[in-house]
Design a binder for this molecule. Structure first.
Ligand SMILES: *[C@@H]1O[C@H](CO)[C@@H](O)[C@H](O)[C@H]1NC(C)=O
Ligand SMILES: *[C@@H]1O[C@H](CO)[C@@H](O)[C@H](O)[C@H]1NC(C)=O
Length: 268
């Protein structure tokens, strides 16, 4: 009997303590910032860190599931559709845009904060990456049709011309705006995890060449082209596999070391 009495008392004490802890912690959390779903509501930004997983550490890559809503994806596609041009690559010597068989997609650039939806997405990217809005280029939207791809490349620059504008591209946020029936994966051929990722027959042959991420409408992939010590990371090599079935739409935000709108001469 004494034993039961003791257990009941202990349970009571424990419950009291627990409710006290919950009460205290709810006092500490500012109500405006957190709700039950762990979503941070800033003045403009909606962001949930629990939806992010680390894809790889060499190179540093992270996947945010459902970063964009269906509505945001459709908005970007519809607005970009009418302005698509053949994509280009930067010439190694002059840095000028060249049409190349290495990159066969079509694309266009928005301007920064071109409308409310785009401005909100840019705010969310800055919140997620902890990198300032000013360091980002305007969002580029790309369309890859059947067979179109971007062969393995780095996002940091090889030319002296582009690097004057904000220095290297240090981080890339690649947002998938559509689902692709087959192909169109993003692949890191040199990732340390390239051999350990299991792939069934839903992956394209191209995706088997490295660690791969399937394009999924609304998901966003963040990866870094520079090491933590700001030297270029050769493991950040990546490619966009040819689309085999369906159509791939993506939106890219490149983020520089500095504001790319300001000219910094003779820094490198
Ligand atoms: C430009 O640089 C890239 C990467 O270093 C290299 O793969 C490519 O062959 C170069 N292209 C030319 C035309 O030199
Ligand atoms: C920078 O960091 C990378 C990765 O940790 C390392 O391999 C490289 O040697 C470092 N470079 C310098 C100059 O410290």
């Amino acid at each position: 009997m004494g034993c039961w009495h003791f257990l009941t008392l202990s349970l009571c004490f424990f419950l009291c303590l627990l409710s006290h802890i919950i009460y205290v912690s709810s006092l500490r959390l500012p109500k405006k910032l957190y709700d039950n779903h762990n979503i941070i509501h800033g003045p403009k930004v909606r962001f949930d860190p629990t939806l992010v997983t680390q894809v790889s550490w060499h190179p540093r890559a992270f996947l945010y599931k459902g970063f964009l809503s269906e509505k945001e994806c459709n908005h970007l596609i519809n607005k970009a559709k009418v302005k698509l041009r053949k994509s280009m690559v930067a010439d190694n010597e002059s840095g000028k845009g060249l049409v190349s068989e290495v990159r066969t997609s079509s694309g266009m650039f928005f301007t920064k904060a071109q409308d409310k939806i785009i401005a909100e997405i840019e705010d969310r990217i800055a919140t997620w990456t902890f990198l300032p809005i000013d360091n980002g280029e305007p969002i580029q939207v790309l369309r890859y049709e059947h067979g179109q791809k971007y062969e393995p490349h780095f996002d940091y620059f090889n030319d002296k011309y582009n690097i004057q504008f904000g220095g290297h591209r240090m981080a890339t946020v690649l947002m998938y705006l559509s689902n692709v029936e087959k192909g169109g994966e993003t692949v890191f051929p040199d990732s340390e995890l390239r051999l350990s990722q299991r792939k069934d027959n839903t992956w394209s042959e191209c995706a088997r060449a490295g660690y791969a991420v399937k394009p999924k409408k609304g998901d966003a992939l963040l990866f870094f082209s520079l090491h933590l010590n700001a030297t270029t990371d050769i493991m950040s090599l990546h490619q966009s596999c040819p689309v085999i079935q369906g159509e791939k739409w993506s939106a890219t935000k490149w983020i520089h070391v500095r504001d790319p709108n300001k000219l910094f001469k003779n820094i490198y």
